[in-house]
Design a protein around this ligand. Structure first.
Ligand SMILES: *Cc1c(COP(=O)(O)O)cnc(C)c1O
Length: 339
């Protein structure tokens, strides 16, 4: 039994999902003739109460397209120092859009409206880059699956409106936040100009993300996706998996969250661990004591076929997911207790 907690992207399609993929009706999506993709896009646009949605192969590409749609070369996006768009998209903000990131030193990947407003460059001061976008991530990945306070997101929206800035949400794991907080997709649709969501994380699809947004911005999205190389043909097989996942794998995310909390409770009792980030969703980030060697710790788990990931500076990460079974959970907890 291999226990892979490196990420929630390691899942493989279930039997039910494979059936949905096999029976999906397909067409050429570059001509917008794939009925399954069209159905998935309509479903998500309606779900968020937004005008349009567009299917992308990856979440990075959906975010990168959003950055391009909101900005011109030379401009600046405000985001947290932990942001995925800054840390984990290969420098795409500068490569694809010619923009820079103004980083906020936030808390667990989140910041306040005051911090956002203080990061805006005065538009008439032509020496500094023109600020054009505020980007937030919910849940925060590097921040340990933390969920934003919706009231703060509303205050940031006011700042964006006051200064005429775009407002993009990297919602790769928004599904996890919705399950934890009880908030609705429509609340998010009202607040943001564009939202990216992943199908290939907690929802368990083999691929796919969707960018959802207002029509004035989204009218350029097809062209940007084509430029980025993301125009795919009979991709309804993947959209079929997405539709299946929305029906069958959304509510169950609470199971992943429960397991993550239970892992945290066991970790809290271990002498080798200094600190555990509060566990709100499916991500557990913890810090080893200074006298504990990270490689040794990882190896002792590897010997038991348990795989987790290092995040640098003695911090480690576990992510629970659809393929992490009850039997694996029992074995993991037993193994941890014996460390
Ligand atoms: C995973 C992830 C993405 C998208 O990643 P891809 O691997 O490109 O699909 C975007 N933002 C966050 C916060 C993520 O965790």
């Amino acid at each position: 039994m291999i226990i892979d907690l490196r990420s929630d992207t390691v899942t493989k399609p279930t039997k039910g999902m494979l059936d949905a993929m096999l029976t999906a009706e397909v067409g050429d999506d570059v001509y917008k003739e794939d009925p399954s993709v069209n159905a998935l896009e309509k479903r998500l646009a309606d779900m968020f109460g937004m005008d349009e949605a567009l299917f992308f192969p990856t979440g990075s590409m959906a975010n990168q397209a959003a950055l391009k749609l909101h900005t011109n070369p030379g401009e600046q996006v405000i985001c947290d120092q932990y942001a995925h768009i800054y840390n984990y998209e290969g420098g795409g903000a500068s490569f694809n859009s010619g923009i820079s990131c103004k980083l906020i030193n936030g808390h667990r990947g989140m910041f306040t409206a005051e911090q956002a407003e203080a990061s805006i460059n005065p538009p008439d001061f032509y020496h500094s880059p023109l600020t054009s976008l505020i980007e937030v991530e919910n849940t925060t990945n590097k921040g340990g699956g933390a969920c934003w306070d919706f009231e703060e997101l509303k205050k940031i929206k006011e700042v964006a409106d006051k200064h005429n800035l775009g407002y993009h949400l990297d919602g790769a794991r928004l599904w996890n936040a919705l399950i934890t907080t009880g908030e609705s997709p429509k609340q998010y649709g009202k607040l943001f100009d564009t939202i990216s969501v992943c199908l290939s994380k907690g929802l368990g699809c083999p691929m796919g993300s969707v960018l959802i947004g207002k029509s004035d911005l989204m009218k350029g999205a097809l062209r940007v996706r084509k430029i980025l190389g993301g125009g795919m043909r009979q991709v309804g097989f993947a959209a079929g998996a997405g539709l299946y996942a929305l029906n069958h794998h959304f509510e169950r995310l609470s199971e992943d969250h429960t397991k993550a909390k239970e892992i945290g409770e066991v970790l809290a009792k271990l002498g080798s661990i200094k600190k555990i980030e509060p566990i709100e969703t499916n991500i557990v980030i913890f810090e080893l004591n200074n006298d504990v060697d990270e490689t040794q710790f990882l190896n002792s788990l590897k010997e038991k076929q348990i795989y987790i990931i290092g995040m640098g500076s003695n911090k480690l990460r576990m992510v629970t997911h659809l393929d992490y079974t009850n039997a694996m959970h029992d074995k993991l907890l037993t193994t941890l207790k014996a460390l």
